[in-house]
Design a protein around this ligand. Structure first.
Ligand SMILES: Cc1cc2nc3c(=O)[nH]c(=O)nc-3n(C[C@H](O)[C@H](O)[C@H](O)COP(=O)(O)O)c2cc1C
Length: 334
């Protein structure tokens, strides 16, 4: 695999499994470095991780071992992928709120590498509305998740909350770095997200309410699949039309996803998708599950009504984006 993986370990009972994860990742050829929170060190001595990874273990933001670099920035840049495993409720809450009060959280805010979060906690903690809210926010921010599995929990409960097995996490990482997981490599994907604005006069504009969650999830998944992604969010609609015309010339093979909302007033110009590989969103019949237009054909998601990402705030945008890209790369792009 020959990739740099930074494993961030926070303080749950599953820390012992993170030691096995380092071993599995190393056996798979990854270069692994480990960072621990203070709570994680209550469960396992850093020496275990040091021995398994054959690297220093990091836990103190202010312990600068190499004076030529700032360690947390250096590690944030070094990583090809960051795993947060196990991710405590506390860690998830801090990350969702942009808190950077220790080495792990500081590094996570400083990185541009993909970050995968593997929650592990008591089943009631996992179901707590605050934890759910934080997970939704992280999903909207583009983080990926390794869902906890169900089973006996160390706290004595049975339910969802177990850290996924190290073998399974390692397999996911291997797939991520293998060529198979990059079906959009060499493709350009242009995504509009959020709310596009139409100016009414020099000082006023009209804009719908839109979170941009679906557009961002689609852009993020396209990036993961290897695409060069151009994301256009919350922009002036006239500027966007001009930009798109220029992009059509610059990237004639680009795949265009129009996931932004536009104001529904008479003066609103229509974004033309003719002559492009494009998806826009709409409903064929009022009240029926979402249908998407892919070029001239319809993708009918009625069998997957729970994936109706456009209308339900409770939807899992990441799952929706994964399903849509899998469909497209199966039928259209390859
Ligand atoms: C025995 C024990 C087991 C714990 N297991 C978990 C756990 O599995 N998941 C979790 O979110 N918190 C767990 N906690 C609570 C966290 O350690 C605590 O919230 C801590 O502040 C997390 O800090 P960190 O996120 O900086 O590592 C556990 C605490 C104890 C004492």
């Amino acid at each position: 695999m020959n990739k740099n993986i930074l494993l961030c370990v926070s303080g749950g009972i599953a820390v012992y499994k993170a030691v096995a994860l380092v071993s599995k990742l190393s056996q798979a050829g990854a270069n692994v470095k480990v960072m621990m929170t203070a709570s994680a060190r209550q469960f396992v001595n850093p020496l275990s991780f040091q021995v398994m990874s054959k690297n220093d273990v990091y836990f103190d933001t202010f312990d600068e071992k190499d004076s030529s670099v700032i360690a947390h920035i250096d590690l944030a840049d070094w990583a090809d992928l960051i795993l947060v495993a196990p991710a405590t409720a506390n860690m998830i809450g801090k990350l969702a709120n942009g808190i950077a009060d220790d080495m792990v959280t500081t590094t996570l805010l400083a990185t541009t590498a993909p970050v995968w979060i593997a929650p592990a906690m008591n089943v009631h903690m996992y179901d707590h509305p605050a934890v759910k809210r934080n997970l939704d926010r992280l999903s909207a921010d583009g983080y990926q998740f390794i869902e906890p599995s169900e089973g006996f929990l160390a706290c004595g409960y049975v339910g969802k909350g177990r850290l996924e097995e190290p073998e399974k996490i390692t397999a996911l990482v291997k797939t991520f770095f293998s060529g198979q997981s990059k079906p959009l490599k060499g493709k350009t994907v242009i995504v509009t997200a959020g709310a596009l604005q139409v100016p009414l006069d020099e000082k006023h504009m009209i804009s719908p309410q839109a979170s941009g969650i679906i557009g961002r999830a689609l852009a993020n998944e396209a990036r993961i699949r290897g695409a060069h992604v151009i994301e256009i969010e919350n922009s002036n609609l006239y500027d966007v039309i001009q930009q798109l015309e220029a992009y059509k010339i610059q990237y004639p093979q680009a795949f265009f996803i129009h996931a932004a909302n536009v104001p529904t007033i008479d003066e609103t110009p229509i974004i033309s998708v003719e002559g492009t590989n494009a998806i826009t969103f709409g409903q064929q019949v009022q009240g029926k599950p979402m249908i998407n237009i892919l070029s001239d054909s319809w993708i009918d998601f009625s069998e997957n009504a729970q994936l109706n990402g456009q209308f339900l705030a409770t939807t899992n945008p990441q799952l929706f984006a994964q399903t849509l890209w899998s469909h497209i790369t199966k039928d259209e792009v390859q």
